[in-house]
Design a binder for this molecule. Structure first.
Ligand code: GRF
Length: 190
């Protein structure tokens, strides 16, 4: 049976695109069954271009209602990939899909994770701290913020001339390699 992936995103969806590309070229043998977004974002355009269904979950809805909706969308999926999804997943949802939800984070966790550590905030904090290296992490999602078991990381060097913007670009290149690789390995082990 073809493995089924659901992707959650809130932004440009470049990591989502890396999974689409990996599936289309056969590096990842799976079907991306749906994209879930929690706001208007350009990730949905990528879904539309590749004939992938997408669903917008309204963040203002009742949380229990959203858990029901997400559970229905993700029913019988093999892997749920959070790729720049900014909403915190409800513990009841995580409990139902325990061990099947992964997230990509643009730092070498446990450094620069947790509340408010998303997007450019992460890269600004890395630069401000004078770190010599940064990178990205793929980890399982648990009920904490960026606290789940780390599956794999890739690092980049931080040059003295790097800005948060240049660091983001360098890290994204690594993210686009790391995420499909981890997804391929996880699906192979199921
Ligand atoms: C990535 O840096 C990812 O690590 C983080 O959010 C960003 C999403 O970028 N969680 P994109 O929408 O995949 O381009």
């Amino acid at each position: 049976m073809t493995k089924q992936i659901i992707v959650f995103a809130s932004g440009s969806g470049s990591n989502f695109q890396s999974l689409i590309d990996a599936v289309e070229c056969g590096d990842v043998v799976a079907n991306i069954r749906a994209l879930v977004v929690d706001r208007l974002c350009s990730a949905t355009q990528r879904a539309a271009q590749h004939n992938i269904d997408y669903f917008e979950v309204n963040r203002r809805n009742d949380r229990d209602y959203n858990v029901k909706v997400l559970t229905e969308i993700c029913r019988d999926s093999d892997l749920i990939v959070c790729a720049g999804y900014l909403s915190i997943l409800h513990a009841d949802f995580i409990a139902q899909f325990s061990g099947k939800i992964i997230n990509i984070h643009p730092s070498l966790l446990p450094k620069f994770g947790g509340q408010n550590m998303y997007g450019m905030n992460v890269h600004r904090a890395v630069i401000a701290a004078g770190e010599k290296q940064s990178g990205c992490s793929v980890h399982y999602v648990d009920s904490g913020i960026d606290t789940g078991e780390i599956i794999r990381q890739e690092s980049v060097l931080v040059d003295k001339n790097d800005t948060a913007e240049s660091l983001q670009k360098k890290v994204l290149v690594k993210e686009h390699q790391l995420l499909p690789n981890v997804v391929r390995e996880l699906l192979a082990s199921l």
